[in-house]
Design a protein around this ligand. Sequence first.
Ligand code: ADP
Ligand code: MG
Length: 386
Amino acid sequence: MSSMSSSFRKVGILGGGQLGTFFTIAAKRLGLQVSAWDNHPEAPARLWADRFSNADFNDEQACENFIEENEAISFEWENIPVALLKKIEAKRPVRPGSEVLCLLQNRILEKGFLVLHQFPVSPYRQILEQVDLRDAANELGFPLICKTATAGYDGLGQFTLTKTADIALWTATPKRCPQGWILEKYVPFQKELSVVVARNEQGQVIHYPVTENIHEAGILRSCQVPANIDPMLSLKAVDLSKKIVSALKGVGVFCIEFFLLEDGTLLVNEIAPRPHNSGHYSLDACDFSQYELQVRVLCGLPLLSPTLLNPAIMINILGSEITALRQPEYFHQLLSIPGAKVYDYRKETIKKRRKMGHVTLIAKDSAALCSRANALRAILDRAALE
Ligand code: ADP
Ligand code: MG
């Protein structure tokens, strides 16, 4: 056995949503035991993990138990308390580590890091007090987007400002955030792209292909892979992503989100220190998924470059769409689409815009993929009328 090999057989995942669930399934398939910890009693990983802890992330006893049960730990989202990660890290390997999490869970620190390393970002200002917004808005010019520095996801905590009058609107109802806000120039992007990369302890970096993403009201709706862009741009996005994760010295799976402008400029939007919704397709369209890669990096197992076996389109099932799709009529229709891989996360509480499931479509060529995507959209449209 080489010194690089690990013998971890028990791994823990902080957060048991769909990303933590796919990590759990990937680890269990490799024969590992998995403990998942989530503060939500309905977290889908409860259905899959060997052990599921439903406790607050500040619960000291739960933390002791989690350390006891696991040999190495990862997480599924960036809003896990850094203090918890530090406590675990004192006793067990945590990948990525608390320093990287601390940087990436605060948009101001994240943008500061990108600027320091000369990665291209949209112009922005840090807002510490509400009254600062007016001056910053005048400096940057409209349109703008104001985001809470911490705790935002799926477009939550964001406010778009298109004119001076919107400043008063935001000031009257700011999304509260003790760490302040970031005010960014709104980017008139041509496309949104993302690249999932993984980096191991030895500094080896591998990547998935560039994905093209469509958001609706700040939440990811669909992805297409490979992205329909100039191959030179793909190379550039991959190169930037690898450089970013190397500059971070991050160990784990990361996703870099980009805005592609009309003139071919790429701007970095944000960095997720974990597998990403836009990489769900890798479960079905690649030789191994981003979740297996998360397990491999965590456990110091071989890091191979993934291969995309088929082009794919992934569509998220949001909110009440799942109600209709759970009915036999629609469920049968969905499963009648060739190449459709259907995932229902079995979340019981249905909330508007909540990610409830997804469907990945795969096909040998883009014409077949397109017609399958149209069939899926037609079913979603009919289900929406229910
Ligand atoms: P989240 O953590 O919620 O994913 P993002 O910063 O990625 O936060 O914002 C969500 C979405 O909102 C983006 O994918 C994009 O569609 C839109 N958005 C965010 N920032 C900007 C911006 N500066 N210009 C244009 N659109 C933006
Ligand atoms: Mg995002």
